[in-house]
Design a protein around this ligand. Structure first.
Ligand SMILES: Nc1ncnc2[nH]cnc12
Ligand SMILES: [Zn+2]
Length: 339
């Protein structure tokens, strides 16, 4: 018998908010640690999984950065991305726009070229191997300096043919978008697309600032917009996509329980929401699992799920390949949910 899993998983979708480092499963972390002679402060995968209890964004980021110590070589990044793409394909993902955090790797002496070339080894063959088209978005760590962000953009120059845009992530509160005005101006001048995390833990004013000062086309999370009706009106009017990450919000305690998540109200308000996994290895599910979870906890209808899938392609950076976008959108409309 078919269950909700069979109905929802194959629904064609794009994933637009996914940190590749957040796909590092405990098993792969230990395998890479052994390969690279890195000592992890956990006895085994079970003990590591027990550490996945977070009280807020920072408590997660501490573990997220700590585990990155196992990522050293191009092959490590290729293996990481390949594992994600295989999982994503199983969850109905047809297109993925993937974040990476070069500053977090530079801190261990791992250079931009190692990260990008390694990721590209997997991304370059993803369509052929997994049936998933991909794009790369380079994120700046907002709790690092603006100068460091600018140096990172400089370091990325030789690889810009492989990077579609820039993003902004890490600890939000106290690091408003305006801090990165110049680097976003420089990124725009290089022809890069712009997104930023805003309104995850930070106030609604950070969302407006990301739009006004950084010129972002898409807001990552954007959840706290619901506190400001005028901002919601603006986001609806301007069709600004929000990359919502429901399981992440619960695990990082942005919302108490999934049943209280504002996603249905956001969709009712006319916001262009998408559903994404953020850091699936840490938050208990990949993007299809997020779809399933919101269907279950929030009672979203199948037409709402179809709307979310449609939005994901509309909000994607497939503007340079409208034919492909149209093909994906046609797949969404033609999709028949298993009974
Ligand atoms: N949810 C998140 N918010 C901010 N920075 C992140 N880096 C990885 N996941 C993140
Ligand atoms: Zn994120």
């Amino acid at each position: 018998m078919n269950g909700p899993y069979d109905a929802v998983m194959p629904l064609p979708k794009a994933e637009l908010h996914l940190h590749i480092e957040g796909t590092l499963e405990p098993e792969l972390a230990f395998a890479l640690a052994a390969r690279n002679g890195v000592e992890l402060p956990y006895a085994d995968t079970e003990e590591l999984r027990k550490a996945y209890q977070f009280s807020d964004l920072q408590s997660f980021l501490d573990l997220y950065y700590e585990l990155m110590a196992v990522l050293r070589t191009e092959q490590d990044f290729a293996d990481l991305a390949d594992a994600y793409l295989a999982r994503a394909a199983e969850q109905g993902v047809r297109h993925a726009e993937i974040f990476f955090d070069p500053q977090a790797h530079a801190a261990r002496g791992v250079e931009m070229g190692t990260v990008v070339e390694g990721l590209w080894r997997a991304l370059g063959r993803s369509e052929a191997v997994h049936g998933v088209s991909t794009q790369l978005i380079m994120c700046f760590l907002r709790d690092e300096s603006a100068e460091s962000a600018m140096e990172t953009l400089e370091a990325a120059r030789p690889y810009l043919d492989r990077i579609v845009g820039v993003g902004l992530d890490s600890a939000e509160v106290g690091h408003p978008p305006v801090k990165f005005r110049e680097v976003y101006e420089a990124a725009a001048a290089l022809g890069l697309r712009r997104v930023a995390h805003a309104g995850e833990e930070g106030p609604p004013s950070y969302i407006a600032e990301a739009l006004d000062v950084l010129g972002v086309e898409r807001v990552d999370h954007g959840l706290r917009c619901v506190e400001d009706p005028a901002l919601v009106e603006r986001l609806v009017r301007d069709r600004v996509p929000l990359t919502v990450c429901p399981l992440s919000n619960v695990r990082l305690r942005t919302v108490d329980i999934l049943a209280d998540h504002p996603l249905p109200a956001m969709l009712d308000a006319g916001l262009l929401c998408t559903v994404n996994s953020d850091d699936p290895a840490y938050f208990g599910g990949y993007v299809g699992d997020n779809f399933l979870a919101v269907q279950d906890a929030l009672g979203l209808s199948r037409e709402r799920l179809r709307e979310l899938a449609r939005n994901s392609f509309v909000a994607s950076f497939l503007d340079d390949d409208e034919e492909r976008r149209a093909r994906y959108l046609a797949e969404v409309e033609a999709y028949e949910f298993a009974p």
